[in-house]
Design a protein. Structure first.
Length: 368
């Protein structure tokens, strides 16, 4: 990707095509003092009022900067690396790395006191977005610590389960997570609007022989289907399914595709929770194909090819992207001892915002 100039026009040169960058797109990014407030990084004018006939009078490139002189009298120097950042959807993290059970080293970070504003937290969040999960080792074994950690990178999102929730076997349970049963790979809370983005689980006790944690890269499974079973991929990505949760004082419902795609037809959101989904009535042939597709997707998610299995140690925090990474556990027996995880949810915007802040703090924005 590079910037080129020809006849007072600016182009973005990509491997397979060349796109003209519209003068209006460039003009509204001119951060002159008279047009832009430095304290808030907000415009001091409405760009929709710019003239449709805005043109570039003169353009030049020098020392990594693009100088533009517009026909409305505004002149501005753009950092080309900053333009690349804008043109790359302005994401603060690197592209996802797809993985399966052959992942040799799970992304980990060692907890350190006062790490929240350090380069270590930046690396942790980068790994989280690349892999869809990260394990933080040696965190304080304190039931309240999960809230402190979560609030350091976002804001805890309460649900009907509370601000936090206790994953342990309960006599009177309202979710299968609060049992000793095997839990297959799944998305948490697909019945909510919006679905919680990120889940954190902090291991307080783990004395049982079973109770292994599992994670599966839902994006990797979706890409496998897309490559090897396109017809089944298509029906899972085009059929909205109802997800439903019933408790004594609340009924929650939401609809969505098991594989939701972005504008480039790449997976952006996985909703997989066979215990809670209800397929709509469809044409018989289409419904049979849907069941076949869902069956294969479930099988792959729990297969030796894709499922990563490990045992959380006391003090570990696992943080995973609930829109991508499916999680589960093996069964265990209460007679073997205690297994207790403290959990909570946070949203993507807060962690992305933290990552952008750390980029700016350590001047890392343009070093990718």
């Amino acid at each position: 990707m590079r910037i080129e100039i020809a006849k007072n026009k600016v182009f973005l040169k990509l491997p397979k095509k060349k796109l003209e960058i519209h003068p209006l797109w460039l003009r509204e990014r001119a951060r002159l003092g008279s047009l832009h407030d430095k304290n808030t990084d907000q415009r001091l004018y409405d760009p929709s009022g710019l003239n449709d006939n805005l043109k570039i009078k003169k353009a030049s490139i020098s020392n990594g900067s693009l100088n533009i002189n517009f026909n409305d009298g505004i002149e501005f120097n753009y950092e080309i690396k900053e333009l690349f950042y804008e043109l790359n959807k302005n994401l603060p993290y690197e592209k996802p790395i797809l993985w399966n059970s052959k992942l040799k080293l799970a992304p980990t970070a060692n907890y350190k006191e006062h790490m929240f504003d350090t380069i270590n937290m930046y690396d942790l969040l980068q790994n989280f977005y690349k892999y869809g999960f990260v394990i933080i080792k040696n965190a304080p074994v304190d039931e309240d610590f999960i809230v402190k950690f979560a609030n350091s990178i976002g804001t805890v999102r309460p649900t009907n389960f509370g601000t936090t929730f206790n994953v342990r076997s309960e006599k009177n349970y309202n979710d299968l997570a609060y049992t000793t049963f095997h839990i297959a790979p799944h998305t948490d809370n697909p019945y909510r609007k919006p679905i919680p983005c990120i889940q954190l689980l902090h291991c307080i006790y783990n004395e049982v022989k079973g109770g292994f944690s599992t994670v599966t890269d839902g994006f990797a499974v979706a890409e496998y289907l897309k490559k090897n079973h396109k017809d089944l991929f298509n029906i899972l990505s085009s059929t909205k399914v109802r997800y439903r949760f019933v408790d004594k004082d609340v009924i929650l419902e939401n609809w969505g595709e098991i594989i939701e795609l972005d504008e480039n037809e790449n997976p952006k959101h996985i909703r997989h929770s066979p215990r809670l989904d209800y397929v709509p009535i469809l044409d018989k042939n289409k419904l049979e194909k849907f069941y076949k597709a869902r069956r294969l997707f479930s099988k792959l998610c729990a297969s030796k090819k894709f499922e990563l299995k490990f045992k959380l140690e006391v003090g570990d925090i696992i943080m995973f992207d609930n829109y991508r990474t499916l999680h589960g556990r093996t069964s265990f027996s209460k007679s073997e001892g205690k297994r207790f995880l403290k959990g909570c949810y946070i949203d993507h915007d807060s962690t992305e915002g933290r990552l952008r802040f750390l980029e700016r703090k350590f001047n890392l924005k343009w070093k990718k």
